[in-house]
Design a protein around this ligand. Structure first.
Ligand code: 6PG
Length: 243
């Protein structure tokens, strides 16, 4: 894979603007459908709010197919639902056809939601034997988790399946998550990470090479694609090699 690209922005608002330009460029380079896997978390929420208010003509939402990297196993109207959060802050405010929205059905039994979603990915995104996203957006938890692959279940990353059922380490909440196989097959993967609480892990992951203590986020390594780290200055504050 190519070397990861780390981009540091002064604050969350500048990051969100920079990421929007990146997203629009990527979208404009692709003919036809553009598939994106969204993430839950605090930074994507600010991005959704920003995207929802940019001029309508800047993005052809008709060509964008929206998926999720993970979902909490709750109904869509539950405040924990990643789909529900995206709907409220973005989807119901833009002109995107219903058929372009491919959600993980958190209201179903977790195993059923996972296998239905896997089926949806196979049906729509298969290239050879693997679903290929144009862009996967990820966050990173303070413990180094990404999507819903947590450190105590890091083996799920290497599952042969495209989706797995995971369990949050403290709340016990079940979640459906993409696995490493799918995330690392994407054309582009972009982490959006902000805040001081992430600084230490960002330094460890980007600047040390400690194979003894890998975090789920450190296993993101697209085989053919490019990995981008969009960071605010707080998250990047312990980096030595970035100005
Ligand atoms: C989720 C996520 C998760 C999230 C990180 C970072 O649904 O919770 O997809 O992986 O991205 O926990 O979240 P913050 O951006 O809120 O720190």
């Amino acid at each position: 894979m190519e070397e990861p690209i780390a981009l540091v922005f002064e604050d969350k608002d500048k990051l969100v603007k920079g990421f929007t330009e990146f997203f629009i460029d990527l979208l404009n380079q692709k003919e036809g459908r553009f598939s994106i896997a969204l993430s839950g978390g605090s930074t994507p929420k600010v991005w959704f709010e920003y995207l929802a208010q940019i001029p309508k003509d800047d993005i052809d939402w008709g060509s964008v197919h929206v998926y999720w990297g993970d979902e909490r196993c709750v109904p869509p109207d539950n405040e924990d639902s990643n789909y529900g959060m995206t709907k409220k802050h973005l989807l119901e405010l833009i002109d995107i056809p219903e058929k372009n929205i491919h959600r993980i059905k958190g209201e179903l039994k977790p195993e059923e939601a996972s296998s239905q979603y896997e089926h949806e990915l196979k049906a729509n995104l298969s290239e050879g034997n693997i679903p290929v996203f144009d862009l996967v957006i990820l966050g990173m938890g303070d413990d180094g988790h990404t999507a819903s692959i947590f450190p105590h279940e890091i083996n799920l990353w290497d599952s042969d399946d495209f989706c797995v059922v995971a369990t949050h380490p403290t709340s016990g909440q079940q979640r459906v998550s993409l696995t490493g196989k799918v995330i690392n097959s994407a054309r582009s993967v972009a982490f959006l990470v902000t805040g001081k609480s992430k600084a230490e892990k960002i330094h460890e992951i980007l600047e040390t090479n400690d194979a003894q203590s890998p975090y789920p986020a450190s296993l993101v390594n697209p085989t053919e694609g490019i990995l981008y780290w969009f960071l605010d200055s707080l998250a990047a504050s312990q980096l030595k090699d970035v100005e």
